[in-house]
Write a protein that binds this ligand. Structure first.
Ligand SMILES: N[C@@H](CCC(=O)N[C@@H](CS)C(=O)NCC(=O)O)C(=O)O
Length: 111
């Protein structure tokens, strides 16, 4: 899967965090809706991010729809897995990537 969009967008962050938490592997292309408008239009005619390209070539827009798809794929992956142990190393890497994404948020952290 390929996630298109920069993490300064709350919608892109939302999707990035979901993919991390669901442990779904993805490539990130931090394209700008302005600077990369023409490349983006190939996948997202409205030139909006987040845009998620699935491995079968399907292209999803709208963070809520992408989140639902990610949740569905995660459930399928877990069902297919014989062993569901928590991998502490992976959990730490996930936490660090999420921290990196949220550090790009222009608003101060809550709480
Ligand atoms: N409802 C959309 C909102 C996405 C959105 O507004 N993305 C902004 C970036 S934060 C965007 O692509 N703006 C460029 C434009 O609308 O031309 C979602 O949840 O994915």
């Amino acid at each position: 899967m390929i996630l298109i969009g920069q993490f300064d967008s709350p919608f892109v962050r939302r999707v990035g965090i979901a993919l991390e938490l669901y442990a779904l592997p993805y490539e990130h292309r931090p394209w700008s809706t302005w600077a990369n408008a023409e490349e983006l239009a190939v996948y997202s005619p409205l030139r909006r991010v987040p845009t998620l390209l699935l491995d079968d070539g399907e292209c999803l827009i709208e963070s809520s729809a992408i989140g639902s798809t990610a949740r569905g794929r995660s459930s399928m992956k877990r069902a297919a897995s014989r062993c569901n142990r928590v991998d502490a190393g992976r959990q730490l890497r996930t936490n660090n990537r999420i921290k990196m994404m949220t550090a790009m948020s222009p608003s101060p952290p809550l709480g």
